[in-house]
Write a protein that binds this ligand. Structure first.
Ligand SMILES: Nc1ncnc2c1ncn2[C@@H]1O[C@H](COP(=O)(O)OP(=O)(O)OP(=O)(O)O)[C@@H](O)[C@H]1O
Ligand SMILES: [Mg+2]
Length: 631
């Protein structure tokens, strides 16, 4: 289908969804689908829930956010449950302004944008359908037409509680256009659209001297006063402020805390009674989510001002910290690069991970527990297994600092530095070392890094570099082994056979000659020594392995190369140790002979075909690892 067909199809779809009818007909719809009369907050909550929720380890992950926001599961769960869920139940919470507080470029705007775009789409679905009084600039809820004294009866019949009263404009229209016959008032289905100013608004304060409150609450239309005879005729008023236009949906209040006081006063009644004042009219009920964002410093200075006390108690503050998981940080960079003009650049494997290690380290707080350092904490947070620690330890670590992640290096800085590394290098291929160098060089120009932080950050650059060195060495060594996985498996099985015979005091049968033979002590030790297991400790280690194997067997799981962290490390080291000289000589020789050249080409081909390198980055990697091994 080409684009013109698609345009046509989407227009037809929109036509199909349109609905227009009298209030009487609308009530029929409500009877069948009571959800169309839900409040804005409830609609937003259902939108998030309808997208799907995955529950894991008693934690919820919302699919609504999970393609765009990474690593903030805890913060999002709190946001959805404590704010949206409570607000959906018509608790007072929904009158409160939602204030997202977090460090720069930590995803606050992204979350708000997701909600806006999500609502636009949701309003086209059956579950998210919204109806409004036709021709009303504020898309007023048709149920407001039901007079207050009949609302209890309405509740009896429909099970729906109506909040808010009919606006002055519709009150007048009801009289003038419909002669007071509520059942004849025309209702239509509306579709949210920020561009068309339906149900989604954004207010951003400009110069306080010139900004007009009209941007928020609308203004008198002087051209029509003559026609209607008076300023207090609601038909002579333009209800086109952001608060008006966002009714039924949401309004983003940018830089709210920087805003002039007179703007904030309007919010006071909104957050208290759920209504606001426009022109000379009675209060106007608003049914909308108001969301603002700020950083910690700004928030602190806001609450330090006594005058703001009233408003402060009417906001619900949710922390949106930085992500603290290395793997998720990597995904954030991948996403940002995909969306940038760098999408065509080759970024060598592990370059983003190395940068992510650095950023996450700058955000973590030193653990209070003994026997754990920052690097181990970083691994635990990322869900890696760390010898001697359990899942429970991760929860305890998190509890040590409930507000962790509110400072450190931000993702945008990293992306900017990657971009400047690309500019500096004339080939469009960059590796981990280029990125680290650029991150380091940029620290001097970073506006908000103190000298003390800078010292710490430089240490983290070295740690990230060490982590990368390990990864790089392993990558090359693996590429040298003809079939790495196969070799590791064979060596492991061989070791396990011997360990079993050793512990059970039995002999083994030589597969070739059929002869009985004793376990191969030399082989076992050559593996165990790789991870520093002493002669005295070997028995305990071997028994531990056997216990692990039988525990696996009991659960019907297969014990393999990845089942025991330290054993895997030992096997890997052993394979690499056997190769060490070959790798060292081959990667560092300036004048390779024919067989070395063949080997190099083979390794490069493997790096490209199986590990995601290109020829530039594969050659750079080999040269770097050669220099590491020769230190
Ligand atoms: N946890 C995260 N998951 C996915 N993307 C993220 C995350 N944190 C930041 N980003 C990305 O970083 C960039 C900056 O995020 P965003 O603009 O939403 O931050 P912000 O908190 O609004 O920052 P500011 O305070 O500067 O306005 C965006 O491209 C966003 O997608
Ligand atoms: Mg922002």
């Amino acid at each position: 289908m080409d684009i013109l067909d698609k345009i046509k199809q989407s227009r037809e779809e929109e036509e199909r969804l349109k609905w227009r009818g009298t209030f009487r007909e609308y009530l029929e719809l409500v009877k069948e689908n009571p959800h169309i009369a839900q409040t804005a907050h409830s609609r937003i909550y259902n939108m998030i829930k309808d997208a799907g929720v995955i529950e894991r380890d008693r934690k919820k992950m919302y699919k609504f956010f999970s393609d765009e926001i990474f690593g903030l599961e805890d913060a999002l769960e709190k946001l959805v449950e404590e704010y949206f869920h409570s607000a959906a139940k018509r608790l007072d919470v929904k009158k409160r302004i939602l204030l997202l507080m977090g460090p720069v470029s930590g995803g606050k705007s992204t979350i708000v944008t997701l909600l806006k775009r999500g609502l636009e789409k949701y309003s086209y679905t059956d579950a998210g359908a919204v109806y409004a009084i036709e021709g009303c600039p504020m898309h007023e809820d048709p149920l407001h037409l039901i007079p207050p004294h009949l609302r209890d009866d309405f509740y009896e019949e429909y099970g729906i509680r109506i909040e808010g009263h009919l606006s002055p404009l519709n009150m007048m229209r009801l009289e003038k256009e419909y002669g007071g016959r509520i059942e004849d008032v025309m209702v239509e289905r509306i579709f949210f659209s920020e561009d068309k100013r339906v149900g989604i608004g954004t207010f951003s304060p400009s110069d306080p001297k010139s900004q007009d409150i009209a941007d928020l609450t609308g203004s008198i239309d002087f051209s029509t006063i003559a026609e209607y005879g008076s300023e207090s005729d609601p038909r002579a008023y333009r209800f086109d402020g952001e608060l008006n236009k966002a009714n039924r949906g949401m309004m983003e209040f940018q830089e709210m805390l920087k805003c002039d006081e007179k703007f904030l006063w309007h919010l006071l009644s909104l957050t208290q009674e759920g209504n606001f004042k426009a022109g000379r009219f009675a209060l106007i009920s608003a049914d909308e989510l108001i969301v603002a964002h700020t950083n910690e410093a700004e928030y602190k200075s806001f609450i330090a001002n006594k005058k703001n006390e009233a408003l402060q108690s009417r906001m619900i503050v949710m922390n949106i910290p930085y992500n603290l998981k290395v793997s998720d940080e990597e995904r954030i960079y991948e996403k940002m690069i995909r969306e940038s003009d760098m999408a065509h650049v080759h970024i060598a494997p592990h370059a983003l991970r190395t940068a992510a290690i650095f950023s996450v380290l700058t955000r973590l707080k030193e653990p209070k527990k003994q026997n754990i350092d920052l690097v181990k904490k970083m691994r635990l947070y990322d869900g890696e297994e760390v010898e001697g620690f359990k899942d429970q330890d991760v929860e305890e670590l998190k509890k040590e600092y409930p507000d962790e992640g509110m400072d450190g290096i931000d993702p945008r800085y990293v992306i900017n530095r990657i971009s400047s590394a690309i500019i500096r290098k004339d080939v469009s291929s960059i590796n981990a070392l280029d990125v680290l160098r650029s991150l380091k060089d940029g620290l001097d120009q970073h506006p908000s890094i103190s000298d003390e932080d800078k010292e710490r950050y430089l240490d983290f650059i070295s740690i990230a570099r060490k982590e990368y060195d390990d990864i790089a060495k392993k990558e090359v060594q693996k590429a040298f082994v003809y079939s790495y996985e196969e070799s590791a498996k064979t060596l492991l099985n061989n070791y396990l056979d011997n360990v079993e015979a050793y512990c059970n005091k039995t002999t083994m049968t030589d597969p070739l000659t059929g002869e009985e033979m004793k376990p191969d002590e030399k082989l076992m030790r050559s593996i165990e020594e790789q991870i520093g297991i002493s002669e005295n400790a070997k028995r305990a280690f071997r028994e531990e392995i056997l216990i692990r194997i039988s525990a696996y067997a009991r659960k019907g799981k297969k014990f393999d190369y990845n089942s025991h962290e330290r054993l895997r490390e030992a096997i890997q080291q052993k394979l690499f140790a056997d190769l060490k000289d070959v790798v060292k000589i081959t990667t560092s020789t300036k004048t390779p002979d024919e067989s070395q050249l063949k080997k190099i080409n083979e390794v490069i081909a493997r790096l490209i075909d199986e590990h995601g390198y290109n020829s530039v980055s594969a050659n750079e990697l080999l040269r770097y690892v050669g220099s590491l091994l020769n230190r």
